[in-house]
Design a protein around this ligand. Structure first.
Ligand code: ZN
Length: 275
């Protein structure tokens, strides 16, 4: 026993030295790795900002399960935080429209007026950060649905929103046990009507269907949804990067409107819009 103890103890100095060296290397490499983490996206890519919006909050609980808990606003915040981290791991910059239980209605406002004020503030936040995409997280409420499953809604008048929703929905369908739902027209949603960048609403599951409710409360399922949505977003941007292969291009800018423009190096030529 004693010998074994020393066998384990002796290499510690070497192990510590190696660990310190590895940590130093990681620190040196970290900034570069951070911005080339999305496979297929060139290292000079300006990491796009993705706005993650945990639906509801504060005075507005959203849908509640029978008995009042859990409230939609709590689940959307948990999934939203996981999604922001999943995006950061893939080389994006993520902003959350809220990180705690709050709303943006003015004091005394309630009803439609409060809801509009709240959503307008979230839109303004995303625009102020020049977000290149906007993803709002919700839970579905229809008691009439016979089966659960996550689904994505888009603004049909924005081809980029339709494409973003398709990529996300494709990834959501790959989650084991997921009901194979399609992306849907979300033109009735005020948020999607107003956002100018590619924008979608992801309903992560049906809170009033017991099997889905169990999943929505499960951190494992929340993480699967977050990873699926992040992967769908990454694929959406990867498709853009595939179009950027002209050798004279050196800088890409993500514009608040969701379009991308390229400045070409042979100077005199004007801006060339790719999308
Ligand atoms: Zn909702």
């Amino acid at each position: 026993m004693k010998t074994g103890f020393f066998v384990i103890l002796l290499p510690w100095r070497k192990v510590l030295a190696s660990a310190a060296l590895a940590a130093a290397c990681l620190l040196l490499l970290w900034p570069a790795a951070r911005f080339s983490a999305v496979p297929g996206i060139p290292s000079w890519w300006t990491a796009p900002v993705v706005a993650v919006d945990p639906g509801h909050g504060g005075y507005d609980p959203g849908v509640s399960a029978p008995g009042g808990t859990p409230a939609e606003k709590d689940i959307t915040l948990q999934i939203g935080k996981r999604l922001a981290r999943a995006l950061e791991r893939r080389g994006f910059r993520a902003i959350l429209t809220r990180t705690d239980d709050r709303d943006y209605a003015l004091p005394g406002q309630r009803g439609r007026e409060a809801k509009r004020q709240d959503l307008d503030a979230r839109i303004a936040l995303a625009e102020a950060h020049a977000a290149a995409a906007f993803v709002s997280i919700h839970c579905n409420s229809s008691p009439a649905a016979s089966r659960g499953g996550a689904e994505t809604f888009y603004n049909p008048s924005s081809a980029e929103s339709v494409r973003l929703a398709a990529r996300i929905q494709d990834r959501l369908r790959r989650i084991p046990g997921m009901s194979p739902r399609e992306a849907h027209d979300g033109s009735q949603y005020y948020l999607l009507q107003r956002l100018r960048m590619p924008a979608v609403i992801v309903e992560a599951g049906y809170l009033k269907i017991p099997a889905d409710r169990q999943k929505l409360l499960d951190p494992g399922y929340q993480q699967e949804v977050a990873d699926a949505v992040a992967e769908g977003i990454a694929e959406f941007f990867r498709e853009d990067s595939g179009r950027l292969n002209a050798p004279d291009l050196h800088q890409l800018w993500a514009l608040p409107g969701g379009s991308f423009r390229i400045f070409s190096t042979p100077s005199s030529s004007p801006l060339r819009a790719l999308m």
